[in-house]
Design a protein. Structure first.
Length: 358
């Protein structure tokens, strides 16, 4: 994949080991490693652009978006950059978490997302007179399309399909591919490694796929037949109505890889998105059909929950640290994640906790 050329050298890249730093009262190393600041915006300017990815085999054209370091940035330039694909949730779109995609790009990642099949394929849209059987078949088709979507996008990007029309371009590194997804997209990024060995790291934000989904939630399953260690970060919301904490904990327990999980206090399912308050209150005002009708009434008002800015801090910093530690082999990021992350978050006014099994 070709994008505007910029640098790859950012704070936290592999280098000489840094001092361990202070120790917390609990005896754990402090997470604020000197010189490593995953919560802060990166040093690189970010450029965004839209691309179109035709898939003749499935008769679909996928709109996509790229976030990348802008031309003329301050990085070293030229070297292949780690690639991250973001997968949106059910009812979402490729720009659902642009705040996160832009943050990663400002730290030297190439980030891409596309509208998934259920957004672009007319036959996957619900019909007004849809029977229960037709709906079940359509949902099965929607679920079945997700893994092929991501594999198609990887093929397209790594073959240069989204290259800009200029001769100053940096390539995505096919050996450093990370997946990040929310909700249905969180399930997607956990399912792709079963079928594709190009994935080196995963971040799942409030993912579906537990064995006991709530009524009205997609019936998703995971085998975790990865056959290799894919370091995985789970970020969950303490008061997630649609995908409760115990469901995400179940997935954590089943993950056959290096893994971590952090939980944002007083947060619901929409706290991972761009417009947290707007999305949350819009869902509370909806009259959902069928088995999902209970969801809006079970949700607390946004005023009683975690402020959106704190949620974005939580997601941006921890996602970047995980990708730095895995795709870049950053010793600073590893020390950060192995230290007292709760204290580092609290210092920024973010209430969160690490899963006790991690």
């Amino acid at each position: 994949m070709a994008v505007s050329r910029s640098g790859t050298s950012v704070p936290g890249d592999v280098g000489s080991p840094r001092p361990r730093g202070p120790v917390t009262a609990a005896g754990r190393p402090a997470a604020d490693v000197t010189g490593y600041a995953p919560f802060d915006a990166g040093p690189l300017r970010v450029a965004t652009r839209t691309f179109s990815a035709p898939d003749p085999a499935r008769d679909r054209v996928f709109p996509g978006e790229i976030w990348a370091p802008a031309a003329g940035g301050d990085g070293a330039g030229g070297a292949p950059l780690p690639l991250v694909i973001f997968c949106h949730g059910s009812g979402g779109h490729r720009k659902s978490a642009a705040y996160l995609c832009a943050h990663l790009a400002s730290h030297g990642y190439l980030v891409a997302a596309m509208d998934h099949s259920e957004v672009v394929a007319a036959r996957l849209a619900p019909a007004a007179d849809e029977t229960a059987g037709q709906r079940a078949a359509r949902i099965d088709a929607v679920i079945a399309g997700r893994v092929p979507d991501v594999r198609f996008l990887l093929d397209f990007l790594l073959a240069g399909g989204a290259a800009p029309d200029d001769d100053e371009s940096a390539q995505a590194d096919p050996e450093r591919v990370g997946l990040v997804g929310h909700s249905f997209g969180g399930w997607t990024v956990l399912a792709v490694p079963e079928a594709d060995d190009r994935v080196s790291a995963v971040v799942a934000l409030g993912p579906g796929g537990s064995s006991r989904p709530r009524p009205g939630i997609l019936p998703l399953t995971l085998t975790f037949a990865w056959g290799r260690d894919i370091p995985t970060l789970y970020l969950a919301a303490e008061d997630d109505v649609s995908i409760p904490l115990d469901g995400v904990s179940e997935l954590l327990d089943r993950t056959p890889a290096s893994k971590r999980m952090f939980v944002l206090r007083r947060a619901d399912h929409q706290h991972f998105l761009d417009d947290v308050a707007g999305q949350h209150e819009a869902l509370r005002a909806m009259a959902l059909p069928g088995d999902a009708a209970w969801i809006p009434a079970a949700m607390r008002p946004i005023a009683e929950l975690c402020p959106p800015a704190e949620a974005h801090d939580f997601v941006r910093g921890l996602t970047l640290a995980h990708l730095d530690a895995t795709l870049r082999q950053s010793e600073a990021a590893r020390r950060f994640l192995g230290g007292d992350v709760e204290a580092a978050l609290a210092a920024r006014g973010v209430a969160a906790f690490a899963h006790p099994e991690c």
